[in-house]
Ligand binder design. Structure first.
Ligand SMILES: [Zn+2]
Ligand SMILES: [Zn+2]
Length: 285
């Protein structure tokens, strides 16, 4: 969301001015984040108290189980939310239909359609009502992406989107921030890339505290949604024509955000992580 990596704090400052400085930075970061990414950043699960628990439905093959388990435990380190891996409800359906009140995680050979991973959330007003995560096994069968670091980063990032988190950085060839919410050409890190990008960092946990600092009078967790069109839960994500309008794209075109509006405050947002190969194919996305 924000591009601020390490606010320079003058260690010789008095304790009072240090506190003021930190608060000012936090407010500035939040303001920048909401103004730049408000279409995604204000969405959150409704719940009446913290911490809350989001179920992650396991519809993935055994090749993904350890990555799903680590992503779940990494995000559970948050003070405001927990996740738990439960049996999935999709019945192996390729489309990975959503289940209201939770997140379904799927993997399938979706083909050389250009994307490595997708995250989608359904919302009612500002409240998230379901999430889906899809990993494209067509690419993870290729040596370039079939590495623990690529698998872990994309799994962690797509799950992070289902909580309402955005990317911290969308430039691929700069120094890693040490979070799965930072785009990179080298998720393993090392050399000029620095730390690995396979897990959340402190800023992600801080951002979750910001997003979930308030409580709601009702909950969308584990609940069905009244008034939401059934079609919202079973979108064919294999073609961009099904994702609605593109509302944001990174400078190099390797990631995009789409919005599909069903009216009356019911929307589906889809985050797309494009594979490198897509650029050479001249895709329009
Ligand atoms: Zn709320
Ligand atoms: Zn993303």
């Amino acid at each position: 969301m924000n591009r601020v990596k390490n606010p320079l704090v003058n260690l010789t400052a008095s304790r009072r001015s240090l506190v003021i400085l930190v608060v000012t930075v936090a407010v500035a970061v939040f303001a920048a984040a909401t103004s730049a990414n408000h279409s995604w950043g204000s969405y959150h699960w409704a719940r009446t108290s913290n911490p809350f628990t989001i179920k992650l439905g396991d519809n993935v093959s055994s090749a993904w189980d350890s990555y799903l388990a680590k992503a779940s435990s990494d995000w559970t380190s948050s003070t405001v939310l927990n996740t738990t891996v439960v049996p999935g409800n999709t019945g192996g359906a390729r489309r990975c239909p959503a289940t209201t009140g939770m997140v379904e995680v799927c993997a399938d050979k979706y083909g050389q359609n250009g994307w490595l991973g997708l995250a989608s959330i359904s919302v009612s007003g500002s409240h998230i009502t379901s999430g889906t995560v899809k990993m494209n096994d067509t690419y993870y069968a290729m040596a370039q992406y079939n590495t623990p670091a690529w698998r872990q980063m994309v799994m962690c990032q797509e799950i992070g989107h289902t909580f309402g988190l955005d990317h911290q950085d969308e430039i691929f060839n700069n120094y890693n921030l040490g979070t799965c919410m930072d785009y990179t050409n080298d998720p393993d890190g090392g050399g000029s890339y620095g730390p690995s990008n396979v897990s959340p960092n402190a800023h992600d946990y801080d951002q979750l505290v910001t997003i979930y600092s308030h409580t709601d009078s009702s909950t969308t967790i584990g609940q069905s949604v009244s008034g939401a069109p059934a079609a919202m839960g079973d979108i064919d994500f294999e073609g961009p024509g099904q994702w609605g309008r593109e509302i944001r794209k990174s400078a190099d075109g390797r990631l995009s955000l789409y919005e599909l509006d069903f009216g009356n405050g019911h929307k589906v947002f889809t985050f797309v992580t494009w594979a490198l190969e897509a650029k050479g194919e001249g895709r329009t996305h």
